[in-house]
Ligand binder design. Structure first.
Ligand code: 13P
Ligand code: SF4
Length: 337
């Protein structure tokens, strides 16, 4: 996207990009940017929350690195004045829903998510009308407006537990059809109604090339995120959220892992399990970096510096939406302690 043009927010609302500042023109080295980020963080009483899919330099500067659930839990209890969220828009929006009186800023407001973008609230609301009497379980990778239409939110680390806790209630699950299919299998609920969304990153892993890699490294364990399609999950020795995959690689006696999720996770996984060999699961197209989330990687050190310096761009949620979206998030947090 042309940096000089106004950008659209992931929800489709036009927003104005930081006026006249080109992060690439700052003329600062990475070390200078890192020093300034640390200084500004103290000055602003800001907390930097980063997802495991962020580039390693950002993870290393963050006060807390975690998966979607851990980041919402951290956002719910922070005492900082400013939450600087290095992740994607729906994560920062969740932090704002939990902290209406705090300033929530992001390095790049256009960092969206294919799952959230593929489930617009008006279409979701119309679709739900076909399923009266169903409990609406939405994966946290969705907009505030979709959360406001939901009964309970889940993440990849608690989706199975939450659907199990609903007993025999009829359930609509959105927006990730692969996570939904995984939950259906784990809970024995083949009647889950699934919105047909996917993650552009996890969709690209190739079963054919995974089998080739497994044949080359027969000792390797395959560990996969449940956003992967069934062609990958059927070969996985362990399926879990990002934090769950890191914990598994660390605790397992195995020495080699094929990791089927976004490549940013390898940084923390390698730090936590330094004696293990980690192989990234391959996408079908050998020449592409499809296992790197283009949305997550919109955030850069330079943009993080500008965001702390200018306290822009800010993430806001209309109060009526926020109040309705808060309840299903709180239900999730209460069930996740
Ligand atoms: P978790 O961090 O919950 O594992 O989810 C991964 C993801 O895709 C975030 O966008
Ligand atoms: Fe969304 Fe997929 Fe990127 Fe996660 S990895 S933010 S699910 S597009």
């Amino acid at each position: 996207m042309d940096k000089k043009l106004p950008v659209m927010s992931p929800g489709g609302t036009p927003v104005v990009s930081a006026p006249g500042i080109d992060p690439d023109d700052l003329g600062m080295t990475d070390a200078e940017l890192e020093d300034e980020i640390r200084r500004l963080k103290r000055e602003r009483n800001a907390v930097i929350l980063a997802h495991y899919y962020q580039e390693s330099e950002i993870q290393d500067l963050a006060d807390f690195v975690g998966d979607s659930l851990q980041l919402s839990q951290a956002a719910a209890k922070t005492e900082a004045d400013v939450i600087c969220f290095c992740g994607v828009h729906f994560m920062a929006e969740t932090a704002k829903i939990l902290n209406p009186d705090k300033l929530v800023v992001v390095p790049d407001l256009a960092a969206g998510c294919s799952l959230a973008d593929g489930c617009p609230a008006p279409a979701f609301e119309r679709w739900l009308q076909q399923y009266p009497g169903h409990t609406v379980v939405s994966y946290i990778n969705c907009s505030a407006e979709v959360k406001a239409l939901s009964d309970i939110i889940c993440t990849s680390s608690n989706a199975v537990k939450i659907v199990k806790a609903l007993g025999d209630q009829k359930v609509v699950f959105a927006p990730d059809k692969h996570l939904g299919a995984f939950v259906a299998k784990q809970t024995g609920r083949d009647d889950l109604v699934l919105w047909q969304g996917t993650c552009i990153v996890h969709e690209t892993f190739s079963e054919r090339r995974l089998l080739e890699l497994m044949a080359k490294h027969p000792d390797a364990l395959v560990i996969a995120h449940p956003e992967c399609h069934a062609g990958i999950l059927r070969h996985a020795h362990h399926v879990a959220s990002t934090s769950g995959l890191i914990a598994y690689a660390k605790a397992s006696p195995a020495k080699r892992f094929i990791v089927a999720t976004e490549a940013g996770i390898l940084h923390k996984m390698q730090l936590e399990a330094p004696d293990k060999e980690l192989l990234a699961a391959p996408p079908e197209d050998e020449s592409c970096s499809c296992n790197v989330c283009p949305h997550m990687r919109r955030n850069t050190l330079a943009k993080l510096y500008l965001c702390l310096r200018d306290l822009q761009p800010q993430v806001d949620v209309p109060e009526a939406v926020r109040v309705r979206a808060l309840q299903p998030i709180q239900r999730m947090l209460e069930m996740s302690v």
